[in-house]
Design a protein around this ligand. Structure first.
Ligand SMILES: [Zn+2]
Length: 267
């Protein structure tokens, strides 16, 4: 049974596309057991008794309670430790390899902070909300700004070395974007994404509600520049004349679509 139907028109677009951007969100990671942060059953709801999320996930809150924040993320990492990439993640890695083998340019932009796309083998990757597996020094004036190091996985005894920057003794913070912060070029690859939009001829949204500002900007840019848009999601979020929408579980539709695309390129 065919899961995705590709029209003749879309087949042409997929054959000729030279520069392809994939934009993914929480819907891609749900099958790996990573709950979404927002919404019912999401991480923020689960913890809502303890914290109001828009207050907790802020630099302001971290400044006053660095230990509470670091411990929360450590606990989150521990729960995520043995998660593995889903079919959807793996198909993104397959797609990248296929596109590159046909000399097409590709960039995967993700809102997910779980690091599962790089675990799956995606190389051309911009994690625009950061990655929970890494920390950086919280000192805004530090000269070593930009240095991102792995989060030490020591849950039982948290030593001072794990909590503070070895260069200036400021607290270490997760390398993730918080509610009161702007996209920072140095940490979130925004310049890479911006540069890639020049010459873009196909954009594919996967499992994202496009509720955060940057993916929304990418959608707006695509609409204005008449770039072909594909959407894989359980519910359609996008309306556009140049849209091709594939509704359903992205862990089923996306792998099937990647197989079809690779057959089209072989022709
Ligand atoms: Zn420092």
């Amino acid at each position: 049974m065919k899961i995705v139907e590709i029209s003749e028109n879309l087949e042409k677009i997929l054959f000729y596309a030279k520069q392809v951007m994939i934009v993914s969100g929480a819907g891609l990671s749900v099958a790996s057991g990573i709950p979404t942060f927002r919404g019912k059953g999401g991480i923020w709801e689960e913890d809502s008794e303890n914290y109001v999320n828009t207050k907790f996930a802020t630099f302001q809150f971290f400044r006053n309670h660095p230990e509470a924040v670091i411990n929360w993320y450590r606990n989150r990492l521990e729960k995520m430790y043995d998660t593995i990439p889903s079919e959807g993640h793996n198909s993104c890695a397959d797609l990248e390899k296929t596109l590159i083998s046909y000399s097409k340019k590709t960039l995967h932009v993700t809102q997910n902070i779980d690091g599962l796309l790089s675990k799956a083998g995606v190389k051309q990757l911009a994690e625009i909300h950061g990655n929970i597996n890494f920390v950086r020094c919280a000192n805004l004036l530090g000269k070593h700004r930009g240095k991102i190091v792995p989060f030490k996985m020591n849950y039982v005894n948290i030593s001072n070395e794990d909590m503070f920057c070895e260069e200036c003794s400021s607290p270490l913070r997760p390398n993730v974007l918080w509610f009161d912060e702007y996209y920072d070029i140095e940490y979130y690859n925004i310049d890479l994404v911006d540069n890639f939009t020049r010459g873009l001829d196909l954009i594919i949204f996967v499992g994202t509600s496009i509720s955060t500002s940057y993916p929304y900007q990418l959608l707006e840019y695509s609409l204005i520049h008449n770039i072909s848009i594909l959407e894989f999601n359980d519910v359609g979020m996008i309306e556009a004349p140049q849209l091709f929408a594939f509704k359903g579980d992205v862990n089923k539709t996306l792998p099937d679509f990647v197989n079809v695309w690779s057959r089209i390129l072989k022709k």
